[in-house]
Design a protein around this ligand. Structure first.
Ligand SMILES: [Zn+2]
Length: 85
């Protein structure tokens, strides 16, 4: 099972977290982009092979939202927020 390092609780099992999706670019102004780019932003979810930045919610723990970098090939967390202490 994947271990996710929470900055407040330490390393915890993935089952304590809810996946919040990948970090996406900010929402563009629909009037400032063409239809193709707007449709792409609305419908395409980043799914790279390799490191991806994701949101996770420690729902069965401290309730903190955190952002980690996870390698989609290995499910290893390659970068996480610093420990709180
Ligand atoms: Zn936590």
């Amino acid at each position: 099972m994947m271990q996710i390092p929470c900055p407040f609780c330490g390393p915890r099992n993935e089952s304590e977290f809810f996946y919040g999706g990948p970090v996406r670019p900010s929402r563009p102004d629909p009037a400032a982009v063409n239809d193709e780019d707007w449709t792409a932003w609305l419908t395409q979810v980043p799914n790279p092979l390799g490191p991806v930045q994701e949101h996770w919610w420690h729902a069965r723990g401290c309730g903190t939202w955190l952002t980690i970098w996870r390698d989609t090939r290995t499910h290893d967390v390659v970068e996480a927020p610093d420990d709180a202490g």
